[in-house]
Design a binder for this molecule. Structure first.
Ligand SMILES: Cc1ncc(COP(=O)(O)O)c(C=O)c1O
Length: 451
């Protein structure tokens, strides 16, 4: 046995024996938290990593392995943030680590075509009937920004229909009307070119298309939402959007940055059998390496420079390390029936939580105002009376109750996204024991709130 594998074995044995939850005092976390807040705004490089919605100091992580993350003070948590989506095989998956290690020695970056980007493009095109060609970029934001520019260039139209509460990253044109992550610094002009419709409401889309007939380049949406609670589209919603876009000559763009290769092989478009004109990907696709991708029909993609007139570029786009990470994770996802495992675990979690809610209802004569909403391995526990089907419903979610629940879970060793609405993500490394422990911790949290 090499010294490296001995170290890994030692580490996992230590991990198995470590208690779960906020057991050790967080002295190092507090001290590093104060130092980082002096140097990086809010102490984070992306706002929702901070605990500003739930209160308190964000946990400061040292490492992750499988379903667990470990903080700098030695506390261990069952993780459902999943790196905000990408960690579908859990943390530090061996296949990705081996692929990246095997690639870096040849040089991390060339700025010229190489075989790994060809192979990843082939895998995507094979997985997705709607995609003939693809471009790789470095983040989901870049993928969406580029897809929208391409749609505008292809159609010669400026307006884009977006849905209230859908998140598409932080580019100006999609942030302009974002009422959750509303930002100053976005010129008013951007708001004028994006028109808002209501999720799960085809009539609201048709009204916009009719009102702006001949001006709409694209309709863009998350086919399953992840930032206003996990909302499944009504059965007629995605097919209806497909027909409306064809009728009004607008492109349909599925933003599959979160859902792509997480909900199913390919993504939501394969799960629901609806083909968009363009799609965006990111997160899971890179195996933890920074990635974005967009793709679609050949005649649209060929509008990109150097063939066509739409500009998009990037020094790090398609870099070998990211491509190697992507090939490794897709190889695992394709060959190991991961989606069935994820579905089984998610079902187990939700039936356990449902049992807790039923028991409380029997004892107290009233069901706690909680909606359990999930599609595949994306889930949310929403503190609200009625099912959330669109942004108006999501606005009724009680953030204060969620904050209590969040901290109860954290203390018990269950780490959730620190916001009341963002999708929690399961990985194939969450064992049945992890799930049962999670039900216990979450159940006790719910009881403590509604007693
Ligand atoms: C649906 C969706 N689109 C786009 C993005 C932006 O991706 P990134 O954070 O990689 O820029 C996200 C990120 O959360 C997302 O969930």
């Amino acid at each position: 046995m090499t010294s490296n594998t001995t170290k890994e074995k030692d580490r996992s044995e230590k991990t198995d024996n470590m208690p779960i939850g906020l057991v050790k005092p967080c002295t190092k976390t507090e001290s590093l938290g104060k130092r980082i807040a002096e140097l990086i705004p809010g102490g984070v490089n992306s706002p929702f990593r901070s605990f500003h919605e739930v209160g308190g100091q964000a946990i400061f992580l040292d490492r992750g392995k499988g379903s667990r993350v470990f903080d700098v003070d030695g506390n261990q948590f069952i993780d459902y943030v999943g790196a905000w989506g990408p960690a579908i095989l859990g943390h530090a998956p061996q296949a990705v680590i081996d692929a990246v290690k095997g690639t870096i020695d040849k040089g991390p970056l060339f700025g010229a075509p190489h075989e790994l980007e060809l192979r990843l493009a082939e895998t995507l095109v094979e997985a997705l009937p709607s995609v003939d060609m693809v471009r790789f970029v470095n983040s989901g934001t870049e993928a969406v920004m580029s897809a929208i520019r391409l749609a505008r260039g292809y159609t010669g139209r400026d307006k884009v229909i977006v849905f209230e509460g859908c998140y598409h990253g932080h580019s100006d044109s999609t942030l302009a009307n974002d009422r959750i992550k509303h930002s100053s610094g976005v010129p008013d002009g951007f708001a004028g070119s994006s028109i808002q419709a209501e999720f799960n409401n085809l009539a609201s889309v048709e009204e916009c298309l009719e009102k702006h007939s001949g001006e709409v380049a694209a309709v863009i949406l998350e086919p399953v939402t992840g930032s206003m609670g996990v909302i499944e589209p009504h059965p007629d919603f995605l097919p209806g959007l497909r027909s409306l876009c064809t009728k009004y000559d607008a492109l349909l763009i599925f933003d599959e940055v979160l859902t792509g290769f997480r909900l199913a092989w390919g993504g939501a478009q394969n799960l629901y059998g609806v083909e968009p004109d363009l799609s965006t990907f990111g997160k899971t696709l890179g195996g933890g390496m920074p990635i974005g991708a967009y793709g679609g029909r050949r005649e649209i993609m060929n509008c990109l420079m150097p063939i066509g007139k739409v500009y998009q570029a990037g020094t790090f786009s398609g870099n070998p390390l990211t491509m190697a990470g992507g090939l490794a994770i897709l190889g695992e996802l394709k060959n190991k029936q991961i989606y069935q495992t994820l579905e089984n675990r998610a079902k187990r979690l939700f039936s356990g939580l449902e049992r807790v809610l039923e028991q409380i209802e029997q004892e107290q004569g009233k069901r706690p105002p909680i909606q359990l909403q999930r599609v595949g391995s994306m889930f949310t526990v929403l503190f609200v009376e009625a099912p959330v089907k669109n942004f108006n419903d999501a606005r009724k979610i009680d953030e204060k109750l969620f904050a209590k629940f969040f901290h109860h879970c954290l203390e018990g060793g269950v780490y959730l996204p620190p916001t009341a609405v963002d999708a929690a993500c399961l990985s194939s490394e969450h064992s049945e024991e992890d799930i049962d422990r999670t039900i216990e911790v979450m159940g006790a949290g719910i009881r403590s709130i509604f007693e």
